[in-house]
Design a protein around this ligand. Structure first.
Ligand code: FEO
Length: 407
């Protein structure tokens, strides 16, 4: 765990976590940071914590001692969000500190009881409430429900205008050395663009409308430093991550990069043969292609690629009268994440009956995704030259749609 001073009386404690599935679902091939913050006035507050594993909790306590904070003497724990990647340590903490008080939203107060049986010394705050720690350190609390759970709030140090934003403005990706945006190399910035989109699409995507409201709230607060619960701290240009989050919200609502993702599967190569031709055609046209062969591609990467692409091609055969199951599973996940209004085209092979294209449309309708489709194509067995040309014409139409919406 690394400790860094980020403003007068404010310290970050950051731990890299790897080799887990985030939320039990999402692979984090490049890790993720869990960031906690200490605010020192006359009283000391810890804003968010770490996951409840013994090693993580012990590391947090050791890091607190590095900045002369005795965990048993912390006065306040600010729970911005009850998801256990931030709150899991509290169960252990209450064994070593009998007197701390918790500040949280009313919804988090309910969850504290149900998760940890904590009812006493909990103050549930209203939006805009403040806490005076003494020595000029006043914290204010800003409720941002459904970012990402209904209980979430952000904490602002009124003096330095440091916003401890929890999941909001976060990213996947571990950090070894450069914790601040103004220290990062271009390679690191590119990495956090990718990891930020993957985090947003996997964890926050469903809640993009509420994220939009949290952005509006941030812009009323005159924030100078954004200090999230995951990922880098933005002190050089905090507006950059606000703008990135606006852009990510727009990707969820139909915008995207000038990329086309091909979500595909194939049993015996009939559909794969056409995918190969289409991929070459797109790449010759200078369009970045994300080839997502299911079930081989990781779900986190698949969701992220579809999310950031202005255009999507679904290429899959019919399997037992329905859509090839691994592609159906992927499309169902895309629906749960409400990735909406993409420009799209679909095609695939069938043996004795069609059915895949019908189920694609049913899934799009079920989740009310509102994708803008070019007319789908189904072919019997191996696509003929004429059918291949019809598919290529469909791809050309998709390219025209993508050009209009790509950033
Ligand atoms: Fe980082 Fe929703 O927890």
């Amino acid at each position: 765990m690394k400790t860094k001073q980020i403003a007068d009386g404010i310290y970050m404690l950051s731990m890299n976590v790897e080799d887990i599935l985030f939320e039990g679902i999402w692979s984090i091939a490049n890790g993720v940071t869990l960031n906690s913050y200490i605010v020192k006035g006359e009283k000391t507050a810890l804003v968010d914590g770490v996951i409840g594993w013994d090693g993580a909790v012990d590391t947090l306590y050791a890091s607190l001692k590095e900045i002369d904070v005795d965990p048993s003497k912390i006065d306040y724990v600010i729970v911005n969000h009850m998801e256990p990647d931030h709150s899991g340590w509290i169960d252990n903490f209450k064994k070593i500190n009998k007197d701390f008080k918790i500040i949280c939203s009313p919804k988090a107060a309910d969850l504290l009881d149900s998760f940890f049986g904590i009812k006493d010394n909990v103050t549930a705050v209203k939006d805009g409430a403040t806490l005076d720690l003494g020595n000029g350190k006043i914290l204010s609390f800003h409720l941002v429900p459904n970012v990402h759970w209904p209980d979430t709030m952000m904490t602002l140090d009124e003096e330095s205008k440091t916003l401890m934003s929890c999941d909001m403005y976060g990213a996947f990706g571990k950090i070894e050395e450069h914790f601040f945006d103004d220290e990062m190399t271009d390679v690191e910035k590119d990495n956090f663009e990718e990891e930020g989109i993957r985090y947003f699409s996997n964890v926050m995507g469903t809640f993009a409308p509420q994220v939009g409201k949290a952005i509006e709230k941030t812009e009323t607060l005159d924030v100078k430093i954004i200090a999230p619960g995951h990922g880098p701290i933005y002190r050089g240009n905090p507006q950059s991550i606000i703008n990135d989050y606006k852009r990510y919200c727009s990707y969820r609502m139909g915008k995207g990069k000038n990329e086309i993702s091909i979500l595909w599967g194939s049993m015996y190569g009939m559909t794969e043969r056409v995918v190969k031709e289409i991929r070459e055609m797109l790449e010759k046209d200078g369009i970045k292609v994300n080839s997502l062969q299911m079930p081989y591609v990781d779900t986190s990467d698949m969701v992220s690629a579809i999310f950031r692409s202005a255009g999507v091609i679904i290429a899959a055969p019919t399997y037992e009268y329905k859509l090839f199951p691994p592609v159906a599973v992927a499309l169902d996940e895309i629906g749960r994440k409400k990735i909406s209004k993409k420009a799209a085209f679909c095609f695939g092979s069938y043996g004795w009956s069609g059915g895949a294209q019908k189920e694609i449309m049913e899934l799009i309708e079920k989740y009310k995704l509102g994708w803008d489709f070019v007319e789908p194509v189904e072919f019997n067995g191996r696509a003929s030259d004429e059918e291949l040309q019809i598919i290529k014409d469909g791809v050309e139409k998709l390219i025209e749609k993508v050009k209009k919406i790509a950033e």
